[in-house]
Design a protein around this ligand. Sequence first.
Ligand SMILES: [Zn+2]
Length: 106
Amino acid sequence: MVKCGKCGTENPDGSIRCVACGRELSDQGEDYKTIAILALVFGIVGFFVNPFCLISVAAIVLGIIGNVYSVNNKSMAMAGWILGICSGVFQMVIDFFCTFGLGIFC
Ligand SMILES: [Zn+2]
């Protein structure tokens, strides 16, 4: 099945246009898969390397873009921004402890 990027209708494999709204199905191509994967990767990497929480911010931004615009990769994009928030919070907790000289990680 091919899901329409505009209205979400499921169309039979090989369909050229959506049966419901007429949108061309072939131009969906990557469907934000790369963005969703990057969001996920940044979200995970953020737990290990996260200067100024930039990696977390990247994961959150890419994750939200993927979550809003993607049709078939929404859950992966969502996992990306959730991990981004978690890694950002994790980093802030570490920074907090380091600032007060209580660091066990630094
Ligand atoms: Zn459609």
